[in-house]
Design a binder for this molecule. Structure first.
Ligand SMILES: *Cc1c(COP(=O)(O)O)cnc(C)c1O
Length: 393
């Protein structure tokens, strides 16, 4: 019997996906064209937002969202200590200082009281992260933001297909902009890619400018009036080339047709893990709150390493020998040397003792395999391997 290696995450590509991409290769458009518009329509409809603006990467989409929000030198943004570095870097690109809030001990989602303590007169934007696919405390974050006159950019890289208080992530009830990523481990992939959803016409317009060099092609918005001629366009802002290609968008649109199935399968895998892990008290899943439904980008657990009598590196290595891939999501972002330097230079060093929940989580967290193609037998195999490596106690 073969025992294939199970990574912590991976894409699911169908023959239809491949056909959709090859059809674009035979068409007139390779970069941003009609397929990008169709993909944007699918995203807008899935999220329930007025606008979707596709980007070349999720990170570029976050960068564009910060720019559209007017983030600049001297500003601060607040994001979660436990996230991918991109949630913070997007503001640093614009000369702003990313500062960090601690997380809740139960869900590892951003802690609202900790955000409130981090807000200063320089704060411009809050960037909550829907960690592992479970939406953050969005209503409370949004209320806090509006009390202080701030915009909310929801980092929903993990949570496409999730719901919060019965509404889709991306609908914009509690976010001014919602960012998505289409990296291969995410719910839907375009290889590399991202998007921003928003209901705000002005922000949507700025997001479109930023991804295409700051160039305006709509004569109604030209500074030069009347329109000098059919060749004419205006570079009104310093934007970038962050366009998604039509090949990528075709893949994304084809994948969006299976988003419901992907999320359903991820939830079934999570339910099976939760059930099987009841027998392994040394392995504790994150708490799932009743007013929101995760779309499970990750399946993160905390391991009682003291009871297991081994370090995390040893646990990871022994699981790997049994064909099980795991990863740690994430190193608290303020621990990275770049952010340490930036925070220290700004007179705001972040010390581990100021982030008790992030540190406690980081000490024993592990992400187990989670992707739609994982079978029930695979899940059983992962739990059996955990039983062997960390014991039952
Ligand atoms: C994946 C991810 C991003 C960035 O997305 P890319 O598409 O890889 O640039 C941002 N934030 C979080 C939390 C992510 O997991």
């Amino acid at each position: 019997m073969s025992t294939p290696f199970l990574p912590y995450g991976r894409q699911s590509i169908s023959e239809d996906d491949i056909a959709a991409v090859t059809a674009v290769l035979r068409s007139d458009f390779l970069t941003q064209g009609p397929e990008v518009e169709r993909f944007e329509t699918a995203l807008r409809e899935a999220g329930g937002a007025k606008h979707a603006i596709a980007y070349s990467h999720g990170t570029a989409a976050l960068f564009g969202a910060c720019w559209a929000a007017g983030v600049g030198p001297g500003d601060e943004i607040v994001t979660s200590a436990i996230t991918f570095a991109a949630s913070a870097n997007c503001a640093a690109y614009l000369g702003a200082l990313p500062v960090f809030a601690d997380v809740r001990a139960d869900t590892c989602g951003i802690d609202v009281a900790s955000i409130e303590r981090a807000i200063t007169p320089r704060t411009k934007v809050l960037i909550p992260v829907d960690f592992t696919g479970q939406p953050a405390d969005l209503a409370q974050v949004y209320a806090l933001a509006k009390k202080h006159g701030l915009l909310v950019i929801e980092d929903a890289a993990h949570s496409l297909g999730a719901t919060y208080q019965g509404e889709s992530v991306g609908c914009g009830r509690y976010a001014d902009m919602t960012m998505l990523s289409f990296h291969p481990v995410k719910h839907v992939t375009t290889g590399e890619g991202g998007a921003v959803l928003t209901n705000d016409d002005n922000l949507a317009q700025r997001l479109r400018l930023f991804r295409n060099h700051g160039i305006e092609r709509d004569e109604a918005r030209f500074v030069a009036q009347p329109n000098p001629g059919p060749w004419y366009h205006e570079m009104q802002e310093l934007g970038h080339n962050f366009r998604l290609t039509d090949m990528q968008a075709a893949l994304g649109r084809s994948q969006m047709g299976r988003l419901g199935l992907f999320v359903e399968r991820r939830r079934a895998i999570a339910a099976l893990y939760a059930e099987l892990l009841l027998d392994l008290p040394r392995v504790r899943p994150l708490v799932q709150l009743p007013d929101r439904a995760s779309s499970y980008h990750l399946y993160a657990v905390q391991i009682d390493l003291a009871a297991a009598g081994k370090g995390r590196a040893e646990v990871m290595q022994q699981l790997r020998q049994l064909g099980i891939g795991t990863q740690v999501h994430y190193i608290p972002v303020y621990r990275h040397p770049y952010h340490q330097r930036a925070l220290a230079a700004a007179g705001k060093p972040h010390l581990p003792e100021q982030f008790p929940n992030a540190e406690a989580y980081y000490a024993d967290a592990l992400s187990l395999p989670m992707y739609p193609a994982l079978t029930d037998d695979d899940v059983t195999r992962v739990v059996a391997a955990l039983r062997q490596v960390v014991g039952v106690g």
